[in-house]
Write a protein that binds this ligand. Sequence first.
Ligand code: NOJ
Length: 723
Amino acid sequence: MARSDVDVKKLLAQMTLEEKVGQLVQLNAMFLGESSAEITGPLEKLGIPQSYMSKLGSTLNFHGAQEMMDIQRKHLEEDRNHIPLMFMMDVIHGFRTIFPIPLGLGASFDPETVKECSRMAAREASAGGVQVTFTPMVDYVRDARWGRVMESCGEDPYLNSVMGAAQVEAFQGDDLADHDNIAACVKHFAAYGGAEAGRDYNTVEISERLLREYYLPAYKACIDAGVKMLMPSFNSLNGVPSIANKWLMNKVLKDEWGFDGVIISDYNAIGELKKHGITDDMRLGAKMAFDCGCDIEMMSSSYYKHLADLVNDGEISEQKLDEAVLRVLELKKELGLFEDPYHGASPEKENSVCLTPEHRDIARRAAEASAVLLKNDGILPLSEDIKRIALVGPFAATNEIKGSWSCNGENEDCVSVYEGIRSLLPNAEIIVAEGCSAKYDELSEEGIDAAVAAAKGADAVVLCLGEPQKYSGEGNSRADIGLPGIQMQLARKVIAANPNAVALTFSGRPLVLTELDKLVPAILHMWFPGTEGGSAAADLLFGRANPSGKVPMSFPKAVGQCPIYYNHPSTGRPKSKPDEIHQPYSSNYIGCGNLPLYPFGHGLSYSSFVYESLELDTDTMTKDSEITVSITVLNDSDRAGKEVVQLYMHDIWASAVRPIQSLIAFEKTELGAHERKTITFKVREPMLRFYDLDCNHISEPGEFTLSTGCADHLVLTKSFTLK
Ligand code: NOJ
C-alpha cells in the first residue's frame, strides 16, 4: 500500500483497546527476535508475557539491519493489523562511523560540521535499520563532574540551541520517508544537566527564572526546528520527576510551546516513580505519566498493565488514548513504514553505506574542527622533518577513543594516535611507551622508566593523556576531574627528561589540567574524537590541519570551582583585584582564583588573529529597529586558519540581576594568510530579553554593551542604548 493511501484514523478504528495500548509500549529488541524465548527472565520481571510481543508498537536496542528485518518480518506476520514496528536507537555521535562526542562538536562552533555529521549518521543508521534516534541531547550543563556533559554542547544556551536545531534539521531532512533521513527525539526534558553536585540522576532544584533563561531554550529551539519526538528526563525537577511534572509537561511544553509530537518516557522512568517515592501504585504512575502527555512508555510495564483499565474505568478518556496512538501511527506513516516497513534498510546497504572512505573523511574533518588548542608557547605545530618521536602515555596507541554512546562503532575501526602519525610520517622513528594506565585504580609505576627512556632520546615527545572513555556518559560522574591514576607522575618525569613535550588530551568532559598547563608548552585537547581521531591528531600536531575549536564548557582550575560557567550573574561583591590574589569580603576563593583555567570561547590557532575593530552603525535601538555590528579581524600570519568570531552582550541595568555577559551570536570564518575580514551581526530587541521576577520575557530600556573576544577575555567593547 502506498503510504499516502494509509488512513491511520481508519486503522485506529479497527483496533481493539489492547492493540491501541500496545502501540504505546516500547520494549528492548532482545525480547522480540528469534532467540527471544530464552529471554524469559527479564520479561517475567516486567510482568509481561512473551505472547504480548506481537502487540508492541516500537522497540529499541537492536543490532543492525538483519536483526531489524527479522524482527519486523515476524511482527508483521503476527500482528493482525499489519502495523509495522518502529525501531529506535541512541545514535548520538555516529552509527558505525563515529565522529566526536557532542561536547566536541560544540567546540567546533560550526553548525555546518554538525549537520554534515548528523546527515552521515542518519544515512548509516537508516541503512542499519534505525528509524528514530534519541538525539539531540541538549541538556544545558555547568558541572563537569556530571558524566553526561559529553552528550551536550556545553554551558551556553544559545550555542546549545543552534547545535540542537542543526541536528534536528539534518537528521530529519525535508521528508522522513526519504531513506537517508530518520526522526529525531530531543531530550532530556528538562534540566537533567542540573543534577546536584554533578551526580547522575540526582535531584534538580532550579528557580523558574533560571530554568527558562538557561535550561529551556535549547529544547524549544529543537521543537521550533520540527523535532518529531521528545523524551522527559529521569530527574525530579523542583520536587516532581519530569515524567509526572504537570507544570513542565502540560503548562510549558504543551500549552505554551504547543508541542504536538510524540513523547516517550526515558528507560523505566515511569517505573522509577516508585523509587522516587511518588507512588507505589503503578496504575497511578501510568495515569500520572499519561496525563503529562507521555505517549510511549519505554521499558516499564505500567501502560501494559493499567492503561486499558484506566480507560475502561473512565479515568483516562478513550479520545485521549486515541490521540496518543494517532501520534504514533502518524509518525510511522511519515516515515513511510506502511509502504516500506524496513525504511530502505538491508544488510547489503548497511555494509555499503557504513564506514566508507567518504564517511571516514567527514569524521576526520569533524575531529579536526572540534579539537581545541588550549595552550601553545610556539612549539606546535611540530616539524614533519622530526626523525625520532616518543609517543608516551595511555592514549599513545590505544584505539579506545570513540567515547561513550558510540552505537555500532567498534574500537577496532578507530585510528589510534600512533597509527595516525605512522601514516603521516612513514619514515620517522616512533617509539611508543604507554608508561601507565589512565584508570584511577591502576597505579603500577612499572612502565614509567621505559617512558622516560623513550622521551630522553626523542626529538619531540607527545604525551597522550586523558580519562578512559568509560569515565563519562550515563551513570559515570566523577568527584575528581583531574587526569586519573598516576598520569601526572608520568608527565612530571617525562618532562624532566625531555622538556620538548606537548600534551594531547582525551576526555568526555572538561578536566582540571592546572598542573599540566604549568608543565608543558602546549596542550591540544581532542575530547573523544571518534573513528578518525588518530588521523586528526596527527594532522593537527604536524600542521596539516590548523586547530579552530573553542572551549564550549569552562575548564576549571580546581574541581571545587564547579559548577563554573562564564555567563554567571553579577554579584554585589565582585572581585576587583587580579584573579590570583585573594580579596577578603568579596566573592572569591582562598588559594584559587575565580576564573577557570580555560574559559568558554577560548581556543588558539596556528594563525594569529587580531581583532582590529568593533563598530555599531548606531548607538540607539528601539523595539522595532536593529543594530548592525561589524567586527574586523585580521589574520596576521602566513597560515590560513579559521576563527570563531563571538558576540557577547551585557545588560548593564535591569530589574533582575543579569549575567556578566551572554553569547548572542557567533560565526566561524576562514581567513587566508594576512587576510582581513569584517563579520557583521544584526542585534535586535528580542536578543536583549530576559525573564523578570514574574517570569515575563521582556527587555528593559537602558544601556547595554556588545563585546567580542572570548569569555573572560573580551578584547573590544561598545555600548548602546535601548529606548
Ligand atoms: C537512558 C538514557 O537516559 C537516554 O538518554 C537514552 O535515550 C535511553 N536510555 C535509551 O537508551
